[in-house]
Ligand binder design. Structure first.
Ligand code: NAP
Length: 499
């Protein structure tokens, strides 16, 4: 149980609601609070501007692989999207405009990185320590991002490398690639976007692939001035475009969750795409995955295979044995000297470091509560952590559609809980353990029969093998579950009963 002496207490800024992060989740929550007439909230942001993923991932070619008209707030359509798939700068600018339009900047404390959040059972408040100051808040709503903590590979010797190196999520634009021997480790969604952009630039580019992915064509194109005019002046058309993208994406659930055998249809498309683009059949086996389509995220790219065939590019598939001061050694004992390593090795999706910083009832650390795999109720509430909500918590991520839709769904559900507390003068809310357990048993049952459980390794899975990241179904089902939850799923309490 946390306790403040009067000296400590003076150093805490009081706020009713503390939001963590200024990506789609944090901003969406803040907008909703303002709509509810709640202005007593503070947003902490570890960087010096808004944008979350779309501020951090500024590597060459960074873009979203969900079409722009769906990957945006439903209440803030943008007729000006320049193309079908929005680029990172365009998404970052969209989020900045939204921030300004809803006058959120005055609520944001930039350069405030969360170091610890502790629930104080006596006061029913969260004591939040950050790099920029401390806060005492009745509620914490964390939009910290499911893919926000870059992960370096656990390859022997990685720490001994003395050449230049950076992660795709911290791209070093000042480093000059021309004339250099560059290694890229990782061939996931990020690498297949930046490799085509840089492929011809260095003297030598070695792409280290551990596992090939299924890749389908990217149907991207710019929107014409006429289309943008229509979207602006006949908003209904934009709504239809959004609805069409939404429905098309939802059909993928039929294969991913309900009838995994259907995913074989994508196999033909992906194989044809690879064989059309790769002229040397000797490369085909190296580029063909040995798991069903959809088990790992399906990637979309028109530039990946052409990039791998450039004369200065070398696709290395032998597996990395170790990294030395100036080189990378593969399992066949070939040593390649490199000047720079770019890590496209993904993020801590499971075992997110933020869980090590959150302490709930009885001092329980969230990382400890989640040691066998993350779980929450509706991806938001965890038993033992009263008045704490995640947006994009466990089992909310999608393999098929827009996370913005899921975020709006969760924002609505959290608002309903807050509204109920206001009406009933409740001080604390905590999901019931049995409800959380039953919900997760149901999810795991569905996930067990899904395409994601067909034998591949992916960031969707906790190291125990439990799929802790994905929502196993249609996004409208998630919305219905969030709309229909019973208030009796939670334990509401006044402080007197709580301590
Ligand atoms: P990722 O998909 O997790 O890919 C990481 C890559 O690094 C994989 O190829 C992985 O190989 C490799 N790797 C990891 N550890 C390694 C090791 N020790 N040795 C060798 N290789 C290793 O990460 P990401 O590409 O950054 O993408 C993460 C997620 O971000 C995506 O799945 C997607 O959801 C999101 N994203 C979205 C977009 C978008 O357009 N919306 C764009 C970029 C990223 P294995 O496959 O063998 O593990």
């Amino acid at each position: 149980m946390a306790n403040l002496d009067s000296g400590d207490s003076a150093n805490y800024t009081e706020t009713k609601i503390l939001i963590v992060g200024t990506g789609f989740a944090g901003l969406g929550m803040a907008i909703r609070l303002k709509e509810m007439g709640i202005n007593d909230f503070t947003i902490i942001e570890r960087a010096n501007d808004v944008g979350g993923t779309w501020r951090d991932n500024h590597y060459p070619g960074a873009a979203c692989d969900v079409p722009s008209h769906l990957y945006s707030f439903s209440f803030e359509p943008n007729a000006e999207w320049s193309r079908v798939y929005p680029s990172q700068p365009e998404l970052e600018s969209y989020l900045q405009k939204v921030t300004d339009k809803y006058q959120l900047r005055s609520h944001i404390c930039f350069d405030h990185s969360l170091s610890k959040a502790t629930y104080d059972e006596i006061s029913g408040q969260w004591l939040v320590n950050t790099s920029g100051g401390n806060f005492k808040a009745r509620f914490v709503i964390s939009g910290n991002g499911g893919l926000a903590e870059p992960k370096l590979p656990d390859i022997p010797g990685v720490e001994t490398f003395t050449g230049h190196h950076f992660h795709s999520a911290n791209w070093d634009h000042d480093y000059a690639l021309p004339g250099k021997r560059v290694a890229v480790i990782g061939t996931g969604a990020s690498a297949i976007q930046f490799v085509p952009e840089i492929a011809g630039v260095p003297k030598q580019l070695s792409v280290f692939q551990r596992t090939p992915n299924w890749i389908i064509p990217r149907g991207d194109r710019p929107y014409s001035r006429f289309e943008k005019w229509i979207f602006k002046h006949i908003p209904f058309v934009q709504k239809i475009v959004r609805a069409k993208i939404y429905c098309q994406n939802e059909t993928r659930v039929l294969g991913m969750v309900l009838h995994p055998a259907l995913m074989k249809l994508f196999r033909r498309a992906a194989t044809n795409h690879m064989q059309r683009q790769v002229t040397d059949p000797a490369m085909w086996p190296k580029l063909t995955p040995n798991f069903p389509v959809g088990c790992k995220r399906i990637l979309i790219s028109n530039g990946w295979y052409p990039a791998l065939q450039k004369p200065n590019v070398d696709l290395v598939t032998d597996g990395i044995k170790e990294i030395r001061e100036h080189s990378i050694v593969t399992n066949d004992n070939v040593e390649r000297e490199v000047d720079c390593i770019i890590f496209g090795t993904g993020f801590y999706a499971t075992d997110n470091p933020i869980a090590g910083k959150i302490y709930g009832r009885d001092g329980l650390q969230l990382a400890e509560a989640w040691k066998d795999g993350e779980e929450a109720y509706l991806g938001a509430s965890v038993h033992g952590f009263p008045n704490f909500f995640f947006i994009v918590g466990p089992n909310v991520t999608l393999g098929h559609s827009s996370m913005v839709y899921m975020i709006e769904t969760q924002v609505n559900a959290i608002s309903r809980v807050l509204q109920t507390m206001e009406e009933n003068s409740s001080a604390t809310v905590e999901v019931k353990l049995a409800v959380q357990q039953e919900y997760n048993e149901g999810l795991q049952k569905l996930l067990g029969g899904s395409i994601w459980a067909t034998g591949c390794d992916s960031w969707y899975k906790h190291r125990t093998g439990k799929i802790t990241q994905l929502w196993p179904g249609f996004t409208f089902t998630f919305r219905r579950r969030n709309q229909d939850f019973k208030l009796s799923d939670y334990h509401f309490d006044s402080l007197a009963n709580n301590s």
